[in-house]
Design a protein. Structure first.
Length: 437
């Protein structure tokens, strides 16, 4: 080491000598290193430390290697708010004798993209001009900071999906949660009209800070229960046998079970991982169909939603059949409501690389042979028409039981790619007869 690195002795702040340290050679004159220097220590660079200005704080032990990651301090303080709000004297949107079915939306402006992002959507309160919504949580990060502009908008829910705008307030989260907050809801299209004052008033009844130390970890998935109401009747002799699918960019995320003979279905709980959709605001296509035994399912209606909307308990949306939209008297083909939403840390196990499939014939197949029974065999193909599997031929059988066979997920084109099952009748002349697909 270079003695010039050390400041002159006797400067203020130095103690009157250090006691001998265990493991170090005896020290000479106060503060001066021994002539041969200290023994090399593990983790120290061979060239020693760079000169430090007098009085600079000296860390104990070796510094982290160059380029080593520095741990970020834990997040402390307020990270969000639990807000309870209400409105009074809202405009009537359902005719002069009706009221409104109000719900609340909070939008934030992402200044990086200059686009509005929906941070929250409330439940619908039917037939009420003085609604009080359920408390909800909102993160500071979700609105891009306490001082970023946000819009509080109130709408009247309509069954046909053309929800009527009532009014809005432009503010910030800091102002919204600063104490007593009551502001008029304004409809810009009505501003300036004679006698127009506002479209109601909006009040924050309470805003409780959420401390980082008490905040639950962000949800990795949501466990949802959906209910379909007043669904279209598709079976001439009955009601419908509804099921729903949830898709992202055409990729199937989930398919529900079929509930037989009902127009008001509550499906089993299912789970959607946030990693599956990428973001809470990714557009998801939710389609409801009527199951038919012949495999030609009847489309009932669809809605475009986000996981943020689906995960709000009480959220409601109409399902629309575009072929019927515009017809006189048509409003929708039913509604979907989130009955339950539970955030979770659980994530789904990814699908295995292959499946072992067993097929059972539940009714007799057609007889293709004149003087005997059929000789069926099975072919499985992927979307491109490539054969994934071909079974053995079962001679003289009308109730075939094929051996279990293996299908590779990658060969099928992915876990959600369509595959085709074809049943054939073997003929020795090579002109095999096809039963069905």
């Amino acid at each position: 080491m270079n003695p010039n690195q050390y400041p002159p002795q006797g400067q203020q702040g130095y103690p009157q000598g250090y006691p001998p340290q265990q493991g170090y050679p005896p020290q000479g004159q106060y503060g001066a290193p021994p002539p041969q220097g200290y023994p090399p220590q593990q983790g120290y660079p061979p060239q020693g430390y760079p000169p430090q200005p007098y009085g600079a704080p000296q860390g104990y032990g070796a510094p982290p290697p160059q380029g080593a990651p520095v741990a970020k301090p834990p997040v402390t303080g307020t990270v969000g708010y639990t807000i309870k709000c209400s409105a009074t004297n809202l405009d009537k949107k359902d005719g002069p004798l009706g009221k409104s079915d109000p719900y609340l939306v909070i939008k934030a402006r992402d200044l990086r993209t200059n686009k509005d992002v929906q941070a929250f959507k409330s439940e619908v309160i039917p037939k009420n001009l003085n609604p009080s919504w359920q408390p909800f949580e909102i993160d500071i990060d979700a609105v891009f900071g306490l001082d970023s502009p946000i819009d509080v908008e109130v709408y009247d829910y309509d069954d046909d999906g053309t929800h009527d705008f009532i009014g809005k307030i432009s503010t910030t989260l800091k102002q919204l949660t600063s104490g007593s907050f009551t502001q008029p809801l304004i409809n810009p299209e009505k501003r300036g009209r004679m006698f127009y004052k506002n479209s109601g008033t909006f009040t924050v009844e309470s805003a409780l800070p959420i401390d980082a130390s008490k905040r639950k970890p962000a949800a990795k998935s949501f466990k949802l229960i959906l209910r379909g109401g007043d669904l279209d009747r598709k079976d001439l002799a009955g009601k419908s046998d509804p099921f729903f699918t949830l898709k992202l960019n055409g990729i199937l995320l989930y398919k529900s079970e079929v509930i037989r003979n009902t127009l008001d279905a509550t499906w089993k709980e299912f789970s959607i991982d946030l990693a599956q959709v990428g973001t809470l605001d990714a557009p998801l296509l939710l389609e409801v169909s009527d199951w038919d035994a012949n495999g030609t399912f009847d489309f009932i209606g669809a809605a475009t939603v986000t996981l943020r909307e689906l995960s709000s308990k009480g959220a409601k949306c109409p399902i629309i059949n575009k072929e019927k939209a515009g017809r006189i008297g048509y409003r929708n083909s039913g509604t979907l409501t989130t009955e339950s939403s539970v955030p979770s840390q659980d994530v789904q196990t990814p699908p295995p690389p292959a499946y072992l499939i067993s097929l059972t014939t539940v009714s007799k197949i057609d007889n293709k042979d004149t003087f005997s029974k059929s000789d069926p065999f099975l072919v499985v193909k992927n979307r491109a028409g490539q054969s994934l599997f071909k079974s053995e031929t079962l001679m003289n059988q009308l109730m075939p039981e094929f051996k279990a066979f293996r299908i590779e997920v990658a060969a099928a084109g992915g876990f959600d790619a369509p595959i085709t099952f074809e049943l054939w009748d073997f003929d020795t002349n090579g002109r095999h007869g096809k039963f069905s697909t």
